[in-house]
Structures are given as C-alpha cells and as structure tokens.
Design a protein around this ligand. Structure first.
Ligand code: C2E
Ligand code: MG
Ligand code: MG
Length: 727
C-alpha cells in the first residue's frame, strides 16, 4: 500500500502536499503497526507533528465517519478534542447539502481506489466567508490492501486566491484603461470590481462635479448616508465629508486624484479597515491611481480633440469640424443644405491701423454675431483669417437670413475703445443644385463671395453658372496678364501737361496700355484693377517705372526738352516694401535725375494706411522724387493731413473740371482746392481739361497747370516728339 501511495504521491506536483500525504500514510500504516506492535510513543510523536502543521489532515472510514482529524481540522469545525469528532460525518457537522459535495469525491476515491490529486480548489462556504481550500484525497487501506476509508489533506489557499483575484482585477482594470474605456464607465465599474475580490466588501464611487454616485444596485440602502455625503462632497465641504465618512462603519476613503492633485472622485470601501486587509487596501489605492491616470489621459485627449476641431481665437468649429459636419449632413440624406462663405471687408486695414489685438477682438465679435444670428438653424465656423463659413440645414430662407446678417454686421461696434464699422461680403451655394459635395459647395460659395466683393462689398451673392463663367474669364485674363508681363506687351503713352500762364509744356504723365496680341490695344480700365487684385501690379508697375524713366532720360539726351514725367503708382505697389528699391533702381538704370520723376498716388491710398503711407512718401521725397496727389477732391482727405504730407502737387480730379465753369458746385470746389492748395504752398494741376473755356477759367482762378484733351491726348513717344520709343 505504501508503495502505491508513494507512486501516486510522486505523480503529484505539490511537494508540500506530498510530504503531508506521506505523513498521513505513515500514520495509516503506523495505526496498523500499533495494532501489531503497540508503538504508542512513535504514534504520539507523529500525531504531534501532524497537529503542528497548519494544513487540514483527516481520515474517514468508508461511511464517511471521522477516524482521525488533526488540530487544524478540529479547530476549524469548532471541536476541542479528537474524541468529540470521532465517528461524526460531514452531514453531522456541516448539514446535508454541503456534506454531499464533499462526500462525492471521497466516495469516488473509496470506490475506485484512485487518489484524487487534482488539486481542485473549492470554496467551502459555511467555514467562514470566501474560504478556498486545495484538497487531495487518497484511499486508506489496511495491511491487506483493502480500502477501509479515505485520507484527506487540504490547505487553506484563501489568501493566495485573493491575491490571484486582485492581480486579475488589476490586469482587467489596466486593460480597460489601455482600451480607453471612458472614465465614467471605469468609475461606474470600480465598485463591482472591488466587491468581486472578497466577500463582505462594499464599495461606492462618488464623483465631484456632476455629483454622480456609482454603486452596485441593490446595495443602495446600505449607503443611505451617502446622499448627504454627495451633498457635502459637491459643496467641497471637507468637514461635512469627514462627518459622514465617520458614520460609515469600517470604511476606508480613497481619493481618485488627477495629476494636478485635484480630487475627481472618492472611492469608499467598507470592510477593509483591519491590518489583515492591507493588501486589499493597497489594491484599492492602485485602482484609484490607475483611474486617476485614465482621467488625466482622457482630459488631455479631449483637449487635443478640441484643439483639432476648434478655432482657438473664436472657439468656433474649425475647417475640419465644419467639413465633417457638412459631410455628415449630406450622408444623412439632407435634401437641401445652405453653405455660405463670409469674408470681412478690408479686414487688413483694421489689423494694420488698429493693431492685431483689435483685429482679434473684431474676429471674436463677428464670430459672436454670426453664431447668434444663425442659432440652432446651422453651424458657424471660422476657416482662418477673416473667413467664416455657415452651414445651414434650413436653406429656404437662408439668403434673406444672410442679407439681414450682413446688414446687422455693419452696425457700429466698439473696437479698441473706438466706434468702428466693419462690413461683410457673403457668397451662397445650395446643396445639391450648386454642388454635390463639400469641395464643390465650398468652391462655389467662395466664388459667389468673391462676386459680392467685386460688386462693391457689403453684399450677398448667390452662386450661379454666370458667376462661374465670369470667374473663368478672370482666371484666363489673369493668366494672359502674367504672360504679358513676361513678354513685355505693355507700352506707355504720354499725355502732356502745360503751364496755364505761358501755355508751355512742363511735363508728361505716363499712361500704360496693353498691346494685347488678340484684343488689340487695351486701356488701364481693362486690366489695372485685375493686376491690383492679383498682385501682378507690382511687377507691371516696376516695368512702367523703368520705361518712363528711360524714356524721359532719352528725351533729355535727344535735346527735346527737359521734362517732368509723372508715373502712376497703385495702392498695392505703394504698400510694397520694395517700392523704394524699385524707384531707386529705375532712376539709376536710366540715369535720370530724381527731380524729373513724379510719383502719382491717390488720396484714398493715404487714407488706407495713414502713418505707413506718410513714411513711404517721406522716403520718396528724401530721394528727391516729387509726389502728386492724383484724382484730388474725391478722397475726402483733410487739409490738416495734407499739411503734414511731403506732397508737391495736387491733381484736381477730372470730374470737377468737366462741369466748370458752368456748374456752381464744381466751380466752388475747384476754386476752393486751388486757393487752399496755393496757401499750403502746393502746385495745382487740373486734369481732364477739354476745352478752351475751361483752360481760361482755370488760369483765371490761379490754377498753374493743366492736362487734358484740350492740350493733347496721351500718345506714344514717337508720335509726341518724333523720337524713338524705349522698349
Ligand atoms: P489718371 O492717373 O487719372 O489718368 C488720367 C486718365 O484720364 C487717363 O486715362 C487719361 O487718358 C484720361 N484723360 C486725360 N485727359 C482727359 C480728358 O481730357 N478727358 C477724358 N475724358 N479723359 C482724359 P487712362 O489712360 O485710361 O488711365 C486711367 C487710369 O488708369 C489712370 O487715371 C490711372 O489711375 C490708371 N493708370 C494708368 N496708367 C497706369 C500705370 O502705369 N500704373 C497704374 N498703377 N495706374 C495707371
Ligand atoms: Mg494719374
Ligand atoms: Mg487722375
């Protein structure tokens, strides 16, 4: 029998259990030997040993009656001495139900003679909460090898099981954190996770902020106190919290903190206060820490998400967000959607004149006005710069809504302490008529917006195929203009300027013409504004400047007459930081003395960027170049400003001259300009003089110079003076 036992024991994997089984085996055989030899001393020595081990060791007969039980078994079952337990069955001790489960295995071992060394772990309820044992049973045989009962050895592995469960729970929690389970879910699952670790535990999670309370359903009554805790917690009243927590018996409160130390939630666990629960407590702390980390990560992800979809200046959805919104509407099967592109008119000048902080303030104000106007009928977004988009799910009245919006936006607003007025231009496209996808809708609404700008700004324009055609033409024309600059298809005509007193030629104004390969000679009205809009004017202007200077220098060389040459400079060119370099270059290349060059700028250019343009004018004047204010009288410039400008000449706009001397208003204005200009020490030239009466009248009021068809139309150099024309 010993041999057989040894073999089965050798087959087992748990050494400690093996030892025990050997001892029990030895005990079994000694019992036999005792009968034979009565070696009582050795028996008591062995019994003492077996009684010392913390494991449960017992032997039962074939009827399940206890033959032997060590101290651990006795104590566990509430007996003092072996005699008290002898002959009792599990049914006598634990009741019939529980006994059934135990005796099943034992009966099988007795019946088959096969040891049960599967090390099955079984919860033995009734023996205390959450008890786990690792059990082994071998048959008990007499010396003839007949089975006379069963020997059992088992070990309490409850602690090991708890540790195992804690580590599983820890892994599960970690997994959920890594899976980015929303933290609200993590917090909600925390109580059941903790409660699953051991019987007798109860956990709740109490969140600050929204005052939510997470606990296992059915346990609410046990935590009635928590209602008042929620209130105390929501109010962040530490004393009130402590008072309530005190009332919760046997409780341990753990903070769920975020990185910045802020308490996001409280984890309250009942039943883990004693020393013996130190590990469990540590687990709860770890769980709280992990949850805190998850909350931090979720917050930073949300921040990133917000950054990725929000315009930081206005808080409006950004380009990505509005595209997604529009795509979703289309995908949801919307029948009609309105898309509007909105652009601030002349935003650059607000930025330049009032400064960037005011520009930002303006964008925020506009964002606010747009959002309020659109309300829940759509979504406003800032694309960047001064561009906004509105996507409306109710496009029927969208156009009239936009018109009202543009009208309202023009209401004065306080900017940087000053009352300012800013206008908007809007372009509208409707899905599906004007575009079947985001790209088409955006592009067509943008096109319509440009149309609104071109038609004088502060307007709404709806997309149409006509707009698209116009734009196509414009794109073609721009391309032609670009090639024309490359191929130098431009020529200058010169219009003479005369002194009224001696009727003597004093200067010429250079006026550009485009020798278009197909359309023939084009006048500035056909291409200057496009060149200005596209920025091509900078290159074109440089070309004109160079040609005019070289032509003037050539006339001087040919001994025609030493003449002043006026060159028109447009706004974009005037604001170009390279203007000074260009002028200097044109003068030095042509070898023209700066005094013979006159730059013509308009009043409105000075009004656009007061200080900046005054500085540029001063630099030009410092070069020795003279400056004329073109189209004077149309730009409302104040005389106080005029006094500060290094201007040589005022060119009275043709519109005033046309109606002189018969129209009273024109006469009054022209006379006033001449008189005030003269007082300021400026020279005055009248533009558009077409007949002798006008010439005479101008002379009579003291206007010193004149230019117009009466004196001569603009002509190419060779027609004007018979000299060659510079290329
Ligand atoms: P502006 O500088 O005021 O030039 C005078 C314009 O009035 C010229 O038109 C000229 O032909 C026209 N004009 C002159 N006398 C009379 C007259 O007696 N009666 C009438 N009805 N018109 C007269 P143009 O050449 O078509 O130029 C128009 C405008 O284009 C110019 O106005 C100027 O602002 C701009 N421009 C011309 N050349 C250039 C250039 O090279 N660069 C830039 N940036 N602008 C230019
Ligand atoms: Mg001019
Ligand atoms: Mg003019």
């Amino acid at each position: 029998m010993l041999n057989q036992m040894h073999q089965s024991v050798a087959a087992s994997h748990d050494d400690r259990t093996n030892e025990l089984l050997q001892v029990v085996n030895a005990l079994g055989s000694l019992m036999d030997k005792r009968l034979l030899h009565g070696t009582a001393e050795r028996l008591s020595w062995l019994e003492a040993m077996i009684n010392h081990v913390p494991d449960y060791i017992y032997a039962k007969d074939t009827e399940g009656r206890f033959l032997f039980a060590n101290k651990a078994v006795l104590k566990n079952n509430g007996f003092d001495a072996m005699e008290d337990m002898l002959g009792l069955t599990d049914a006598d001790i634990h009741g019939r139900d529980l006994a059934e489960a135990i005796s099943d295995v034992e009966r099988r071992v007795i019946a088959t003679g096969k040891p049960d060394l599967g090390y099955e772990e079984r919860a033995i309820r009734g023996g205390g909460p959450d008890r786990w044992l690792m059990m082994s049973r071998v048959p008990l045989r007499d010396r003839h090898g007949h089975i006379i009962g069963v020997v059992g050895a088992s070990r309490d592995i409850s602690d090991k099981k708890t540790v195992e469960r804690m580590s599983n729970a820890h892994a599960a929690l970690l997994e959920r954190v890594l899976e980015r389970v929303p933290t609200a879910c993590l917090l909600a699952q925390l109580p059941s996770l903790i409660e699953s670790l051991s019987e007798g535990l109860e956990a709740v999670v109490l969140c600050a902020g929204d005052r939510s309370l997470f606990l296992n359903k059915g346990k609410a009554s046990a935590w009635r106190e928590l209602t008042s805790l929620t209130d105390a917690y929501a109010a962040f009243d530490a004393i009130a919290i402590a008072a309530v927590v005190d009332k919760l018996k046997d409780s341990c409160v753990i903070d769920v903190r975020t990185e910045n130390g802020e308490v996001h939630a409280l984890l309250i666990v009942q039943g883990i206060c004693g020393e013996e629960h130190a590990e469990m407590k540590e687990f709860c702390r770890t769980a709280a820490r992990l949850t805190g980390i998850a909350i931090d990560r979720e917050k930073s992800e949300r921040r990133m998400q917000t950054l990725a979809t929000t315009d930081p200046l206005t808080g409006l959805p950004n380009r990505n967000a509005i595209i997604e919104y529009l795509e979703a509407l289309i995908a949801d099967g919307a029948t009609e959607i309105g898309v509007a592109f909105i652009d601030l008119d002349d935003f650059k000048y607000v930025n330049d004149s009032l400064g960037h902080p005011c520009g930002d303030q303006l964008l925020r104000l506009v964002a606010d006005r747009l959002s309020r106007a659109v309300g829940s009928s759509g979504q406003v977004s800032r694309l960047g710069g001064d561009e906004f988009v509105i996507v409306s799910s109710e496009p029927r009245c969208f156009e009239s809504q936009l018109r009202k919006l543009v009208l309202d936006a023009a209401e004065p607003m306080s900017l940087g302490g000053k009352q300012s007025r800013v206008t908007l231009s809007a372009g509208l496209a409707i899905f599906p008529h004007d575009g079947g996808n985001v790209a088409e809708l955006f592009s067509n609404a943008d096109m319509a917006m440009y149309r609104a700008k071109a038609s004088g700004k502060n307007a709404v324009s709806a997309y149409s195929s006509e707009i698209a055609r116009e734009l196509r033409l414009k794109i073609d024309k721009t391309e032609q203009l670009r090639t024309a600059i490359e191929n130098d298809e431009f020529v200058l005509h010169y219009q003479p300027q005369y002194s009224t007193a001696a009727e003597e030629l004093v200067g010429v104004e250079a006026l550009v013409r485009w020798q278009h390969p197909v359309e023939g000679l084009l006048y500035p009205g056909d291409f200057i504004s496009l060149a200005e809009e596209t920025g091509l004017i900078v290159e074109l202007g440089q070309l004109v400047l160079e040609k005019a200077c070289r032509q003037a220098a050539l006339w001087q060389k040919r001994g025609i007459k030493v003449l002043r040459v006026g060159v028109n400079v447009s706004a974009r060119q005037f604001e170009d930081p390279n203007l000074l370099v260009s002028v200097r270059q044109a003068l030095s290349r042509s070898d023209l003395a700066p005094g013979w060059l006159e730059i013509e700028i308009t009043e409105s250019m000075i009004m656009r960027d007061g200080e900046g343009s005054i500085a540029t004018m001063k630099e030009l004047a410092a070069l020795g170049v003279s400056i004329a204010l073109d189209d004077f009288g149309t730009g409302y410039s104040s005389l106080s400003v005029l006094k500060r400008l290094p201007v040589t000449r005022l060119k009275i706009d043709r519109s005033f001259i046309t109606d002189t001397p018969h129209d009273q208003d024109s006469v009054a204005i022209t006379s006033a300009i001449v008189s005030l200009g003269t007082q300021l020490g400026l020279e005055i030239i009248a533009e558009g003089v077409e007949d002798e009466r006008q010439a005479k009248w101008l002379k009579s009021i003291g206007c010193t110079e004149a230019q117009g068809y009466f004196y001569g139309r603009p002509l190419p150099a060779h027609e004007l003076f018979g000299t060659e024309t510079v290329r």
